[in-house]
Design a protein around this ligand. Structure first.
Ligand code: URA
Length: 431
């Protein structure tokens, strides 16, 4: 291990064998944290080349269980977002793609964040569960074309250990380490092809557009080297996606989107990501055909029908589709008003996310209990004109003091002035 650290410290590329040696040794406890910390810092400064990044991804992928989706008919395409505020895409998009006949076998997580993960959000629907046997999961995908399960088994344990170590050694923000971390888990999840939604902006992991492109390129290269067709869209996360941020609130917005009443940016993102999923699944020949097919699932109500069957198959109350008031609701709603007139230039996604967390919508630690009913619903987005006193957002709360803390944060989330401003671009590029 000392030779490996030394080699990287001097700027040489590590071989596949050396990378496998350190990943296996670290996973099984034979190599201590302090040596891996030193290696991570050497990687941080000397970087890894493309081959090393692929070897690292492969070694981490092989450190645990590999999910076998071969019992599911057809080409399985997964979608992964690098995460952001108000990102409820998996909930609506799954039903749209499934309604086109393409199987969506999704493993989702809970995790830490401003709001819960996809599973937490769906649990806002009474009775909904991801508790099912592998046979039920496979049957549901074969029959309905859509199932969302919890992450079972031990996917890429090397990444879990390494990520925790990166977190405490200031070595998270290295593109090769981020790309290999994300892709090792995706590749272990068994899909044949992958569509990546790489977020960029204040509410994203990658704040800078060039860095977001670099990350997208690195992840696409890894996917292709590992024989999975992979496409990445670089999309806006400088303001929250759609309007709703919070678990029940996001499910409601996803349902409205399936009915054709969703926010423009969110609907558009689903249409674009869905089109690429259909393309990689060989369901359509062009992206334009894909967009049209996804739009048809909204216009013709077929995506909503799939969603209803999916909720029912996983124990949820399907009546929620026709009456979203059945989702849990907060005790109070505070109307956040504009203090001046003008055009909205900024709605800082990270601050909106923090406010949702403060209200109780997310987890600060693994033990935190999520309040499914609270959150924020934006009434205006960047580019909109507001008069003084117009409602900028609705703050859904259960606890007065948490509401006050959230409002303090929200004071700094908006920038409004007299200069006219364009609506924000949604998609910055495709890799
Ligand atoms: N998400 C991950 O899974 N890994 C990283 O390194 C960064 C974000």
């Amino acid at each position: 291990m000392v030779d490996i650290i030394s080699k990287k410290k001097e700027g040489s590329a590590l071989s596949r064998e050396e990378i496998i040696y350190f990943i296996e040794g670290y996973t099984n406890g034979n190599i201590p944290d302090y040596q891996v910390s030193a290696l991570l810092m050497a990687i941080f400064f000397q970087k890894m080349n493309k081959e090393e990044t692929v070897y690292l991804t492969e070694a981490m992928m092989n450190s645990g269980d590999l999910i076998d989706l071969s019992d599911i008919e057809g080409i399985k395409v997964d979608k992964h977002s690098t995460g952001g505020v108000g990102d409820k895409t998996s909930i609506a998009l799954g039903a749209m793609v499934a309604a086109c006949g393409v199987p969506v076998a999704k493993m989702s997580g809970r995790g830490l964040g401003h709001t819960g993960g996809t599973i937490d959000k769906l649990e806002a629907i009474s009775g909904f569960t991801v508790d099912m046997t592998k046979e039920q999961f496979v049957n549901n995908v074969n029959e309905i074309k859509l199932a969302i399960g919890g992450q079972t088994g031990d996917l890429a344990p090397a990444d879990k250990k390494l990520y925790a170590l990166r977190d405490v050694t200031a070595t998270v923000d290295n593109i090769s380490l981020i790309a290999s971390s994300i892709m090792s888990k995706k590749l272990a999840s068994g899909a044949n092809a992958i569509v990546l939604d790489v977020k960029t902006g204040s509410g994203a992991f990658m704040k800078d557009l060039d860095d977001s492109f670099d990350l997208a390129q690195e992840m696409v290269q890894i996917g292709c080297q590992m024989n999975r067709e992979t496409v990445a869209l670089i999309t806006d996360m400088d303001q929250p996606l759609g309007c709703a941020v919070g678990n029940s609130l996001e499910v409601k917005e996803a349902i409205e989107t399936l009915k054709g009443n969703g926010p423009k940016d969110f609907t558009n993102l689903c249409i674009h990501l869905g089109a690429y999923m259909l393309l990689l699944a060989e369901r359509v020949a062009t992206v334009e055909d894909g967009k049209k097919m996804i739009q048809d699932t909204i216009d013709q109500g077929t995506a909503l029908m799939v969603f209803e069957k999916f909720i029912q198959a996983q124990g949820g109350d399907p009546k929620v589709i026709y009456n979203t008031d059945l989702l849990s609701k907060s005790k109070g709603i505070y109307r956040l008003q504009a203090l001046e007139q003008g055009y909205i230039h900024k709605i800082q996604a990270d601050i909106i996310g923090m406010s949702a967390l403060v209200l109780g919508a997310g987890r600060e630690t693994k033990e935190s209990v999520i309040d499914l009913s609270v959150g924020i619903v934006l009434n205006k987005k960047i580019g909109d004109f507001v008069e003084k006193g117009d409602i900028l957002a609705y703050v859904h709360y259960n606890d007065e003091s948490k509401k006050e803390d959230a409002l303090q944060l929200l004071e700094n989330a908006y920038e409004i002035n007299e200069i006219k401003v364009q609506q924000r671009q949604l998609i910055f590029g495709i890799v």
